[in-house]
Design a binder for this molecule. Structure first.
Ligand code: FA5
Length: 339
């Protein structure tokens, strides 16, 4: 019997050794080591042996079982290792490759131009300020020399909120906040979103962006103002653009100007963006009114200043020849992908 057990073990070991996959191994395992397998059959015969033979046959049986189980586990681990290596080879991925089918994001054209203007003015010593979009009547109007009964309050249709608050109609309130915060002399710009209860058309949005600029110092003149306007426009357009300066009325500047740019969408011939006039209002500006300096805590007898309120959204339209302001807030990826 011992010789039979050893012969069975030897043949099973060689079948395990030559097995080509886990399935073939499993066949051998069930056949030899299984509950109804050949080793179990030998176990059943033990009872018929003499006590002496049973010990030696039992040892041979246990030895065969242990060595077959060990051989089986080793070979199984080897197959599993190969399978894992294959899987790792086929399933690897490079986490640095951009995902397919998902477009990488990009900066909105407004943000790109805003960034350009910020670096330009930052390099000329201007501080970049932020102001609240929900403003008080005081900062949006009173401090800007627009008292409650002044007709200029109606120049910009206001979204009123409860409790005397409003959505700021322009970035000019940041002039006053900036003067209070920085004190004279100062140079600041304040880009931001503004809101007006307006009829929307190719050049008017209810929500758009302006960029306020202000310089306060001793002896600030219109020459300073024009220098910074020119630097701004040549920095953004990087070529000559046709502009015109005309008197403009804003209660917070005296004198006040409107700086218009020749419509770049139609080349000045006339189109819906410029309302067929050939000109687009872009950069109103002027010398800061003494009352505004006072509201900012600055003595107008000692300091003067200039301020401008760039129509940032319109500037972006001119720079990229966008023929309808509504594209900019459409969220349309076909539009945004072009920048
Ligand atoms: C003002 O808002 C003043 N606060 C600007 C200012 C600042 C003047 C400092 C003097 C000194 P105005 O309402 O004109 O001004 O708006 C300024 C610019 O914003 C316009 O020239 C135009 O380019 C842009 N703008 C005005 N309304 C809209 C609109 N509905 N949609 C898009 N852009 C607009």
């Amino acid at each position: 019997m011992i010789a039979d057990i050893e012969a069975l073990a030897a043949s099973a070991l060689s079948r395990i050794a030559s097995a080509e996959n886990l399935d073939q191994m499993e066949v051998v395992r069930v056949e030899v080591l299984g509950r109804k397998g050949t080793l179990a059959d030998f176990g059943k015969l033990m009872g018929k042996l003499s006590a002496e033979d049973r010990v030696s046959a039992g040892k041979a049986l246990n030895g065969a079982k242990t060595s077959l189980e060990a051989a089986f586990e080793i070979k199984k681990a080897a197959f599993e290792n190969v399978a894992l290596t294959e899987r790792l080879k086929s399933e690897w991925f490079d986490p640095t490759i951009p995902p397919q089918g998902i477009l990488p994001g990009s900066l909105h054209p407004l943000t790109q131009i805003q960034n350009e203007i910020e670096s330009l003015f930052f390099s000329m010593g201007f501080t970049i300020l932020d102001g609240p979009e929900v403003e008080t009547e005081f900062y949006n109007f009173d401090a800007l020399n627009i008292p409650a009964d002044h007709p200029a309050r109606d120049m910009q249709d206001t979204f009123w909120l409860e409790g005397g608050y409003l959505l700021r109609t322009h970035t000019s309130p940041v002039q006053v906040r900036g003067m209070q915060r920085l004190g004279p002399p100062l140079r600041m710009i304040a880009p931001g979103r503004v809101f007006r209860n307006e009829e929307v058309d190719p050049s008017h949005e209810h929500t758009f962006y302006q960029l306020e600029g202000m310089m306060v110092d001793r002896n600030v003149s219109i020459a300073n103002l024009l220098y910074f306007m020119k630097t701004l426009l040549s920095g953004i357009f990087k070529r000559d653009v046709t502009v015109r300066l005309r008197p403009g009325f804003f209660p917070f500047v005296e004198p006040g100007f409107e700086l218009d740019i020749q419509c770049m969408v139609c080349g000045g011939v006339g189109c819906p963006v410029c309302k067929q006039s050939g000109w687009v209002e872009l950069l109103p500006c002027g010398l800061v009114h003494p009352n505004v300096l006072r509201a900012g805590g600055i003595n107008p007898d000692e300091f003067g200043g200039f301020a401008f309120g760039l129509g940032l959204t319109r500037l972006v339209m001119m720079r990229y020849l966008i023929d309808d302001i509504r594209w900019l807030q459409s969220g349309d990826l076909r539009f945004l992908k072009q920048f």
